[in-house]
Design a protein around this ligand. Structure first.
Ligand code: SF4
Ligand code: SF4
Length: 192
């Protein structure tokens, strides 16, 4: 593993630990005893590049870029198994979600993965109109992952709309300004 090669200087290391400790789910990051229970219990470990316990060690070592560009934070299924079993009460599930938001904000999210694109598009739509609009979400994801499939998806969308299964018209809630403030407070901000 390339862990040792990308260790940060001690100042950067401390900075990243402090940054993570301020994130939801990150306050106990230094309490981890590396017992590995989280990694051993994780149902999506097979699709991660670093196991949950490795990810924690990488945070402690200040490997900001490796952590934020990892597949691990996107492979997490937020099942809560690790958080429930952790003997030091680390809320790793919440931390994974916080790291996703930070990765998107810093433009470090795994560029090949569909999940970061989904996350970004989902929150952008909800932030702007206060509710999800499935056709917009589909178009944004397909455009970025498989543009050739757009025509096929459009046909299917029209069929579904005719049957009343989806609404093509995008609706907005009344108080989108209040919603924007909520996003600012929760640090979701502008995802564009
Ligand atoms: S279960 Fe908790 S203490 Fe054990 S390695 Fe995972 S996070 Fe650390
Ligand atoms: S919450 Fe995520 S990291 Fe924790 S066990 Fe479930 S899938 Fe694995």
């Amino acid at each position: 593993m390339k862990l040792v090669a990308s260790l940060s200087s001690s100042t950067t290391r401390t900075d990243f630990v402090k940054e993570v400790m301020k994130l939801p789910g990150g306050d106990k990051i230094l309490d981890c005893i590396q017992c590995g229970l989280c990694a051993g219990s994780c149902p999506t470990r097979f699709s991660m590049d670093y196991s949950p316990v490795q990810l924690i060690k990488m945070i402690q070592l200040g490997m900001r870029e490796d952590v934020l560009s990892s597949k691990t934070i996107w492979a997490c299924a937020t099942c809560q198994t690790c958080a429930t079993r952790c003997p030091r009460n680390l809320d790793l599930t919440t931390l994974m979600l916080s790291l996703r938001n930070l990765a998107i904000k810093e433009d470090l999210a795994d560029k090949r993965g569909v999940k970061p694109k989904f996350h970004k598009a989902f929150f952008d739509i909800v932030r702007k109109s206060g509710r999800l609009h499935e056709p917009t979400l589909q178009v944004r994801i397909i455009k970025k992952s498989d543009p050739k499939a757009l025509a096929r998806a459009a046909k299917l969308g029209l069929r579904l709309a005719r049957k009343g299964k989806i609404r093509l018209r995008r609706e907005k809630i009344e108080h989108t300004t209040d919603l924007s403030k909520m996003f600012e407070v929760t640090n979701e901000g502008d995802t564009e």
